[in-house]
Structure formats: structure tokens, C-alpha cells
Design a protein. Structure first.
Length: 201
């Protein structure tokens, strides 16, 4: 493997604290920081809707397709719980970032495509692979694409993301009744089914 000069300049930082309760947006990747990359805001949804309309359109226009395959995968999971992944991009061995039931069904898991997901959700995979900006993020341990299911009463603690190499996308499929959403950098948003949210964690 050939490593570029810029990559060698990247700082690898193993943070001792992943959680933060500050109300001020202050990016502080907990594991990997690439020098020179900065973020001026927690939410990038408006920027994506204005400047990356192709990505937004692909996701929104395939809502029913993705939702149907999600339901299908959940049915399979009831019969075979090995399809659920408990891996994340946070160091759960040292920090418990959530309470309650939180299941993952991963297509991209730490940079690697998962063949079992591709077999069960081929249309969802086709949608993800069509997000060619410039390509689906793979090949590094901070690459993830997955169905995330939080059980009743589950909670994710405030935390920093592990790396500044990405903007994360949440694509809500099913939202229970109520004013539900998330907070990032002191700003709060509400989830709406089929409406993607882009943010810097």
C-alpha cells in the first residue's frame, strides 16, 4: 500500500473522552484528525439541498423502496439474529454511548461491504452505490452505511464523532409519534420520514 505525504501528516489521536455536553459547536474528533479540514456549522442539510440536489433526490425518490427492504430485513432478523451488527465507529469497549436496544444492519461496516446485506437488500445497495460523490465512502475504518433501529426508551449519549473525514447523513424511515429529533452543536432538528439530514458530528 502506498501512503501519500498528506496522509502521513495526518494526526492520529486516541481521545480519552468521547462524550461532550457543551452547547457550543466545537468539532473535536476523538480518534482521527486530518489537519486543515474544518467545519463551521453542525448541520449541513441546507447546503446539501442547495448544492447536492442529486443526492437528495436519489434518497427521497427511493424512500418506499428502502423502507420495504428494511421491513423485509427485520422479518429475516427475527429468524436469524446473526444479521444484526453491534459494531460502531465509537470505542464501545471503553465508553458506553447508549442505553436500551440499538440494532444495526450494516452494508458498509468499518469500510467493508457486507455481502449478506447486499443479498437481502439489493435495491437499497443499488441506491447507495449510485451516490457517486465521487464514490461511496469505503476502505477506511470510519466508513459506515446501515439500518439503525432504536428500541423504545433507548438513548444515545452526547458524544463527538471519531473523525473529521466525513459529513454524516441520517435518512429517517420510521418515526414514532411525537416531536422527535436530535441535537448537534447546540442546534436541534426534527426528524421527518424520507427527509435526509446531513450533519458534522
Amino acid at each position: 500500500m502506498v501512503v501519500s505525504r498528506d496522509a502521513l501528516r495526518a494526526m492520529l489521536v486516541q481521545g480519552s473522552i468521547l462524550r461532550t455536553r457543551t452547547s457550543k459547536f466545537r468539532p473535536a474528533p476523538s480518534i482521527f484528525t486530518y489537519p486543515g479540514l474544518s467545519s463551521t456549522k453542525p448541520f449541513w442539510t441546507e447546503s446539501f439541498y442547495s448544492n447536492h440536489t442529486d443526492i437528495v433526490h436519489i434518497l427521497e425518490s427511493n424512500y418506499d423502496v428502502i423502507l420495504k427492504e428494511y421491513h423485509g430485513l427485520k422479518c429475516i432478523h427475527k429468524k436469524d439474529n446473526t444479521l444484526t451488527s453491534n459494531h460502531s465507529d465509537y470505542k464501545d469497549d471503553h465508553h458506553k454511548l447508549h442505553s436500551g436496544q440499538w440494532d444495526w444492519h450494516s452494508y458498509i461496516l468499518k469500510g467493508e461491504r457486507q455481502s449478506s446485506f447486499a443479498s437481502n437488500c439489493p435495491k437499497t445497495v443499488k441506491v447507495l452505490e449510485s451516490l457517486n460523490q465521487p464514490k461511496l465512502m469505503t476502505g477506511n475504518p470510519f466508513s459506515f452505511a446501515f439500518f439503525s433501529t432504536m428500541g423504545s426508551g433507548a438513548e444515545i449519549q452526547p458524544h463527538y464523532g471519531p473523525s473529521n473525514l466525513r459529513i454524516r447523513c441520517h435518512y429517517p424511515l420510521i418515526i414514532p409519534d411525537g416531536d422527535l429529533g436530535m441535537e448537534c452543536g447546540g442546534e436541534k432538528i426534527t426528524w421527518n420520514p424520507g427527509k435526509p439530514i446531513f450533519f458534522d458530528d
